[in-house]
Design a protein around this ligand. Sequence first.
Ligand SMILES: [Fe+2]
Ligand SMILES: [Fe+2]
Length: 246
Amino acid sequence: MSNGLDISKAIEIAPGIFWVGFADPGAGFHCNPYILNDGDETVFLDPGSVPHFPIVLGKVVKVADLKNIRYIVAHHQDPDLCSAIPRFEELVTGVGGELRICTHTRASVLINHYGTRSDFYRVDANDWKLTLKSGRTLRFIFTPFLHFPGAFMTYDEQSKILFSSDIFGGLSFDWNLYANEHYAEAMKAFHENYMPSNRIIRHAMDKLDGLDISMIAPQHGSIIRKEEVRRYIDILKNLECGEDLF
Ligand SMILES: [Fe+2]
Ligand SMILES: [Fe+2]
């Protein structure tokens, strides 16, 4: 349980949007894959790793039809979010689905090495957005070198959720699905160790000025609710990390 939530199940964090991660009580490093259902199209964000695959799959099939998974968003090429992609591809294509992997060109040349077969939807070659059949638009926000040259975040214009991937992630053995009063420390610990410098983080945070964000859903750590969004952005704007700490 996480603050009364049954995290052994998929959790609906907004209408049609589900957290489908593996809450490992022994881990300080949690991964958060998300499903976004839009009519008969499903977007699967940062699907996760091979060891987490059975648990994530069990949750995905409870909230989405595999053949409807049209897009996998891979915010960068790391194994904690990409290594299960070939397994999901096999299942989706096995039931007659067709999917594409949304990522940056620089990440695509590395994701290939997991043995993926789907076509890529290159966010940098598609005006940094993806419009679903319904007209719903996902906007991609480029966050270079956080922590990969082609890293980006996804902003869903409908729900106003920012899927931030590694940015706003946290490291903690005291994990909750939603950020608690200790989350600033968990987030700092992650960024100090994984992000390159304050100057580079600040460049990305400045892109969030004026953006109406209902929630930040990172790929690690905890979800940040609307009332805390600006406070956490300010923490990162002012955080020294990476080379600042040499
Ligand atoms: Fe990463
Ligand atoms: Fe990650």
